[in-house]
Write a protein that binds this ligand. Structure first.
Ligand code: GTP
Ligand code: MG
Length: 576
């Protein structure tokens, strides 16, 4: 099953074509039928020659109802783009195409309608007109099918073209994180509240406990229908009607989201890219009455241009922070369209990058990197990180994912405290959860009787040597022996006893080398094709001067192997 939206200028024959393809009139309202004009979204479906089902979301072409068009095209997989051969390319042909592009739709077929009203030369001219306008867009190279819906000419060809299109359109992905942007909410006789939308990201099942956002209303799924058939469970990529208990239909409006509880970060502030349409005749600045179209909703937003700029020129792409009046369940990768409400023009749109920015607008440089999210927070619980990025990562310390630099700083500080506490030991009760988790991760520290001590404390009198303590405390950036006035004979003795490890004139604590091995192993798990010295240096929060001998030690012990300018897993890579 795929969901396909129509698109194109008013009166070009979208609804008529959907009716010819499905036998269902997508214009549901008396006023629509009377005026011969689509006002709100229409829905229809059919089975294509291959046997594949397809659902259509029929959108209005009139510029006054562009808000309704935007509500319909959110979760769709592909587009049936309609251009009338009688008129050729018109303003909302252009605007709809731009909107579909900005929303990331990548698959489409063009129906050249009303060919019965013009001669063959005009059809050819209209076809060339279309080809001209779609250059460089997702419709570049799309099939253009001549059709005259009332007489049936070309309708079978459109059905075949849709089959070919959907053959090449990937099925909706299932990330077990379902979200339904509500496009209608109404009362169905005898069963109460029903909401409809295009389901993406995962499945809903009967009896699921869900939540309606932004109101945070708890609801339960009483029944599910897709294309008028009841189901126990419906997966992503379907048109869906959800019968809900626990809510009145007036308390849910178009643009609300239906999701599982605790799976989403709800946000009223987000960072995003903004691609400004090349055809706009002015720069985009913070001044203006903007509306963002996200999911099926329209939301007034404040726009702030990031990265040290105050404006974005037509045709350019920049970074913006958007402030919404309500919180929505969003994830990086979600797309939006930005319009100027005053001038009623589409100014651009883009991709959401960060749903919970922590840096002030003057400092924020958002991108899609999960490592950036971790680095900006230092500590983040693994479950929270999944909500913020949509990408699950294992906790590295306790229940947290910790930025390497943050971990190193905490490890150094705690080692210092343990060293200072000497034989008495550091009282763990005085530490918070995070510090305790760091202590647990340190191999050279043992906790006994509520006190933390260095492991080697009792064994070797030389373990109390100031150079050993300094090297252990400094972790991946150890001091040089000269700085502490250690002579060569002492050094040789410390190395012989295994209290420090020497490589290329740098001395490390053995625990630091072990910890480096684990951290490199963790890096390699995410990047099995290898890591560079610079990546290891950054992950360990150290300098190249120290990263090089550390890697030489890891190569020597078989933890890593060199391959060109990268390190890959060696035979003795620790399991992480
Ligand atoms: N001869 C001919 N007439 C058509 C064709 N397609 C649509 N029409 C007529 O054009 C008029 C508008 O068609 P609609 O299907 O309502 O156009 P639309 O694109 O859905 O319009 P909006 O939804 O308002 O944007 C109707 O009177 C149709 O009968 C076609 O292929 N051939
Ligand atoms: Mg219509």
């Amino acid at each position: 099953m795929h969901v396909v939206a129509t698109g194109g200028h008013v009166d070009h024959g979208k609804s008529t074509l959907v009716l010819a393809l499905t036998g269902m009139d997508p214009d549901r309202f008396e006023e629509e039928k009377r005026r011969g004009l689509t006002i709100d979204l229409g829905f229809a479906w059919t089975t294509l020659p291959s046997g594949r089902g397809v659902a259509f979301v029929d959108v209005p072409g009139h510029v006054r109802f562009i808000k309704n068009m935007l509500a319909g095209v959110g979760g769709v997989d592909a587009c049936l783009f309609v251009v009338a051969a009688t008129e050729g390319w018109k303003p909302q042909s252009e605007e709809h195409l731009r909107i579909l592009e900005l929303l990331g739709i990548r698959h489409g077929v063009v129906a050249l309608t009303k060919v019965g009203l013009v001669d063959e030369d005009d059809v050819e001219l209209a076809r060339l007109d279309v080809l001209d306008h779609v250059v460089g867009t997702f419709l570049d190279g799309a099939e253009v099918v001549p059709v005259d819906a009332p007489t049936g000419v070309g309708v079978a060809a459109v059905r075949l073209a849709l089959d070919r299109l959907l053959d090449a359109t990937p099925a909706a992905v299932d990330r077990d994180r379902p979200r339904l942007w509500v496009d209608r909410s109404f009362a169905a006789k005898g069963s109460g509240t029903v909401v409809t939308g295009t389901l993406t990201g995962g499945a809903f099942a009967v009896d699921d406990e869900l939540v309606v956002l932004p109101a945070a209303r708890q609801v339960r799924v009483r029944a599910l229908q897709s294309l008028h058939e009841s189901h126990q469970r419906v997966g992503p990529g379907h048109r869906l009607a959800v019968n809900l208990t626990g809510v009145h239909h007036d308390d849910i409006v178009r643009g609300d989201a239906l999701v599982r509880p605790h799976q989403w970060h709800s946000t009223a502030m987000l960072d995003a890219t903004l691609e400004v349409l090349a055809g706009l005749d002015h720069d985009v600045t913070r001044r203006g009455a903007y509306a963002a179209y996200i999911g099926a909703g329209e939301h007034p937003v404040r726009v702030r241009v990031l990265a040290g700029h105050s404006r974005i020129a037509p045709g350019a792409r920049g970074l913006v922070r958007l402030h919404l009046p309500t919180s929505l369940p969003l994830l990086p990768g979600d797309r939006y369209v930005l319009r100027e409400s005053g001038r009623s023009e589409t100014v651009g749109g883009g991709e959401i990058l960060d749903v919970a920015p922590v840096l002030p607008a003057t400092k924020a440089r958002p991108d899609r990197s999960v490592d950036r999210v971790i680095a900006e927070r230092g500590w983040v619980e693994a479950s929270e990180l999944a909500r913020l990025t949509g990408e699950p990562r294992d906790a590295t310390i306790g229940r947290w994912v910790v930025a390497p630099a943050t971990f190193n700083a905490a490890a150094t500080r705690l080692r210092g405290a343990v060293v200072d506490a000497a034989r008495l030991g550091l009282d763990v009760a005085t530490l918070d959860d995070r510090d305790r988790a760091v202590l647990d991760a340190l191999d050279d520290v043992v906790v006994a009787g509520g006190r933390a001590r260095l492991v080697d404390d009792d064994r070797d009198p030389l373990a109390d040597h100031p150079f050993v303590a300094a090297v252990a405390a400094a972790w991946f950036t150890p001091p040089s022996p000269g700085d502490l006035g250690v002579d060569r004979a002492e050094l040789r003795e410390l190395v012989r006893r295994g209290l420090v490890v020497e490589q290329d004139g740098v001395w490390f604590a053995p625990a630091a080398v072990d910890q480096a091995a684990r951290m490199v192993a963790r890096l390699l798990r995410d990047r099995p094709d290898g890591v560079t010295v610079a990546e290891v240096r950054d992950a360990l929060g150290t300098s190249r001067k120290h990263a090089l001998p550390l890697l030489a030690l890891l190569d020597g012990s078989g933890v890593t192997r060199r391959r060109g300018d990268r390190r890959v897993a060696g035979p003795r890579l620790p399991a992480v």
